[in-house]
Ligand binder design. Structure first.
Ligand code: UDP
Length: 341
């Protein structure tokens, strides 16, 4: 049985390990709504925790720290309305006390992470979704699933709207992520339709910003790191494949609006400004002022050739659209990485 009050939690802050027997601060207000964020120490999960705290919720972040890091949440450790539980959500899940909302954000999410952690990726998308939905059902909580544009696979329809069913290779190297998320969506809709759980599903398109890992292998941190270090930028294939990049604060705003909405169908959240990977490499060189060269490397298997969200549904139902221009978001992200190189 898992009790956040009694758990020993290890906070790894500034390189030393601190053990605390009781992570629940005495000054917190029990009347506030309480949310659970799985993957709460990850890139998106930690930004979501910040937003939810700012909106006046009590937040329990849960993470097994295989790709997340307590560095991302260290700034909240003295907040009486925040606590952290190091736990693997694919295991039996129980939290003492009320839970008003469950946000399931735990998953390896960069292609090299899920290639290195294929079983964990499948388990957290399937078993982890089952456990968190079960918790939401038993607690009467609302539930929001972090899904992905990867459910569209290598899309044959462009831009991608929510009613497109996708073009996914189930047995390819990316299948462990894509199919786990597709299963997670199916399970979430089943809990909604069969058990009446108030569920939401966000399909997250490429997102970037501070707290991405410098070596997570995704194109944004990789190109920025290479540009800042004066190393060649490694464009895969001929760089003609496209992506559309959303700044993290915009994404979190869209997710928050969805969370408090009465929608149940999946909603695309992303920035529709599309560019080729080669154009993106040139943009990073321009903004950083780097003299790095661009080199070409083999395209990974099943790498989607095009990706751009159709956000008409989010615009219409959530009154949401991204506000941060790509250059401005990249400048903030580059500043963050500069401090870490
Ligand atoms: N990419 C690249 N060089 C890199 C890393 C990625 O050209 O060093 C490409 C990758 O092949 C893909 C795009 O950038 O076409 C975005 O890759 P990322 O891993 O960020 O996420 P994806 O959208 O593929 O999940």
């Amino acid at each position: 049985m898992l009790e956040s009050r009694k758990l020993s939690v290890y906070w790894q802050i500034s390189g030393f390990l601190q053990t605390t027997a009781n992570v629940v601060g005495s000054g917190r207000n029990e009347a506030m709504e309480r949310v659970l964020v799985t993957g709460g120490a990850g890139f998106l999960g930690s930004h979501l925790c910040d937003r939810l705290l700012a909106e006046g919720y009590r937040v329990t972040a849960m993470d097994n720290l295989i790709t997340g890091t307590t560095e991302n949440i260290a700034h909240n450790c003295k907040n009486p309305n925040f606590d952290f539980v190091k736990y693997d959500v694919t295991q039996y899940l129980y939290l003492e006390g009320k839970v008003d909302y469950v946000f399931h954000f735990a998953s390896p999410a960069s292609p090299i992470d899920y290639l290195q952690l294929p079983i964990q990726t499948l388990k957290v998308g399937s078993l982890g979704t089952h456990k968190t939905l079960g918790l939401a059902f038993s607690c009467g909580s609302k539930y929001l699933l972090a899904s992905t544009s990867e459910v569209y696979g290598d899309p044959l329809i462009h831009p991608q709207s929510e009613n497109y069913w996708g073009n996914v290779n189930p047995i390819g190297p990316r299948g462990v992520y894509d199919e786990a998320k597709r299963f997670a969506e199916a399970l979430t809709m089943a809990y909604h339709r069969f058990h009446g759980v108030d569920t939401k599903i966000v399909r997250i398109f490429n997102t970037y910003g501070p707290r991405m890992r410098l070596y997570d292998g995704r194109v944004v941190p990789t190109f920025i790191r290479q540009a800042l270090k004066g190393e060649p930028l490694t464009v895969y294939g001929d760089g003609s494949q496209t992506r559309s990049f959303c700044f993290v604060s915009d994404l979190i705003d869209g997710i928050y609006r969805l969370a408090v909405s009465d929608l149940h169908d999946p909603v695309n959240i992303g920035n529709p400004v599309e560019m080729t990977v080669l154009q993106f490499a040139e943009l990073i060189l321009k903004i950083t002022g780097s003299k790095s060269e661009i080199i070409f490397e083999p395209l990974p298997k099943d790498d989607p050739k095009q990706r751009r969200p159709d956000i008409s549904f989010a615009k219409d139902k959530l009154r949401w659209e991204p506000k941060v221009p790509v250059e401005e978001g990249l400048r903030m992200t580059i500043e963050y990485f500069r401090g870490r190189i």
